[in-house]
Design a protein around this ligand. Structure first.
Ligand code: 9WN
Length: 470
């Protein structure tokens, strides 16, 4: 596979394998603002990437690695499409929500039935959604991803409000409400008003060190993977992906849930992985804030959404904030303890607009520490894991590399909490990242070398949003 950088030189034919020739800024050297012409090139690259990944009624995250529709990808993608193809932005969200289950869950993958068996592992035959009560006609997975969709719908509408966008919101609103009801109802395993995730894939940060402790308790043997064919390692460097032992556990957790026909009843009694994740639950609270705004447009009452947002924020602080470390951690519901790893997940509650000042200050201290390197002038965006941790791995997926979506969420949080100085530094470093590495899936946190898929949709779409809102 190519891990070569794909800068904005390959316009119209995304992405070129060669870098644009500009030297990668060295760690410790602040990125210089890109000249305007350069920014126009970046924008063209992003649009070409999204156009190339458009598939009839949705956007694939990547043609090679992820050829179906993914839930939180579609939300991030819609946010970028709103700047250039607003009709597609709404189509993206409608297609995803057309596959919502009767209980309100929005599946993390909607499978494209025209693709051959084996185009992704685990595919529809493994998930077996057709056998589950309330599953849609389309084949889907049975798990979810962070609920960033209400925020996406609000941002798409806000970018170009029109009768058509108000109509799209009217269609989406009850579905978004049902999604929240599912997560705060059936998924409230801990009884505190937060949602539990039942699989690391539900976090979106699949192999984050945050999941090492809860995953260690899941019985599995890497040899199980001999019975399957992993699709990802045929398209990406195996050393940059989760291990076979990770996959053996992923498969075991899916099998546990699937064999119970994806019921959420009495999960605590039988399911091997149950965690309250700070990013997931911050998204849950931010979704209620977005729903309050959407409610005002569609003629519903915003009040209950504001109340729910306040309750979720309070529970995130009470359950997931550790005053000793000064950051947020996932809570493992099987042990009722906080997971000690300090990952980028711990910074994500900053997206909650009503996060109390004490926690805002703590998150900023953590983000600005040498662990993550946030600053008004910074060479690179934040990595996904604490740089000083012994298990920091700069090349392996969510265990160190920089990703656009976590940085974009933090950037939004900084603006919501009135830190334009830090938001500007982060924005500049995000633009420099893609200018150096191209629209890759993730990046080496020091060199910005592109890793994983070379034409990744949410990198492109969030780049468009970052460019537009300087
Ligand atoms: C499993 C599609 C998805 C993202 C996730 C990312 C990765 C899948 C995989 O790709 O996960 O869902 O096969 O590794 O971790 O965040 O939504 O882009």
């Amino acid at each position: 596979m190519s891990t070569g950088a794909a800068g904005p030189s390959g316009l119209g034919a995304p992405p070129a394998d060669d870098p644009d020739g500009s030297p990668a800024p060295r760690a410790g050297v602040p990125a210089r603002p890109a000249p305007a012409g350069h920014l126009a090139d970046l924008r063209r690259l992003a649009i070409a990437t999204l156009d190339a990944n458009w598939e009839h009624d949705h956007t694939v995250p990547s043609r090679t690695l992820y050829p179906h529709q993914w839930s939180w990808d579609s939300a991030f993608i819609a946010i970028g499409l709103a700047h250039v193809r607003p009709d597609r932005a709404w189509r993206e969200l409608r297609t995803l929500f057309a596959a919502q289950w009767a209980d309100g869950r929005v599946p993390h993958i909607v499978f494209n039935p025209t693709l051959r068996v084996g185009s992704y592992f685990p595919g529809p035959e493994f998930w077996g959604s057709a056998g589950a009560e309330g599953a849609p006609a389309a084949a889907t997975s049975g798990i979810v991803q962070p609920p960033v969709h209400a925020q996406a719908a609000w941002l798409v509408h806000r970018r170009a409000p029109s009768e058509a966008s108000a109509q799209a919101l009217r269609w989406l609103y009850p579905r978004l409400v049902a999604q929240q009801r599912y997560l705060t109802g059936r998924r409230d395993v801990g009884g505190a008003g937060l949602a539990a995730i039942v699989h690391p894939w539900e976090s979106g940060l699949d192999n984050s060190p945050a999941w090492d402790a809860p995953m260690a308790a899941v019985p599995a043997d890497a040899a199980v993977m001999r019975a399957y064919r992993r699709h990802d390692t045929a398209h990406a460097d195996a050393a940059h992906r989760p291990t076979d032992l990770d996959y053996a556990r992923y498969v075991a957790i899916v099998a546990s849930y699937r064999d119970s026909r994806y019921t959420d009843q009495a999960l605590a009694g039988w399911h091997p992985f149950l965690v309250e994740c700070p990013l997931f639950n911050a998204a849950l609270g931010a979704a209620e804030q977005a729903l309050a705004r959407i409610a005002a447009v569609v003629g519903a009452d915003p009040g209950p959404h504001r109340d729910r947002a306040a309750r979720i924020t309070e529970a995130v602080v009470r359950r997931l904030y550790d005053p000793v470390t000064g950051t947020f951690h996932p809570r493992d519901l099987r042990t009722d303890r906080l997971v000690p790893a300090r990952t980028v997940l711990g910074l994500m509650p900053l997206i909650l607009p009503d996060l109390p000042g004490r926690q805002v200050r703590a998150v900023l201290t953590e983000a600005c520490s040498a662990r993550f390197g946030l600053a008004p002038r910074m060479p690179r965006p934040l990595p996904t894991h604490d740089r000083s941790a012994p298990d920091f791995e700069p090349l392996r997926y969510w265990r160190g590399p920089s990703w656009m979506n976590t940085n974009w969420l933090l950037w939004r949080g900084l603006r919501a909490h009135h830190r334009p100085d830090l938001a500007a530094g982060l924005r500049q470093s995000m633009l420099a990242l893609v200018a150096t590495g191209g629209c890759h899936e993730y990046f080496h946190p020091d060199t910005a070398a592109g890793l994983g898929s070379a034409a990744f949709s949410w990198t492109a779409s969030l780049l468009l949003d970052t460019l537009a809102e300087g």
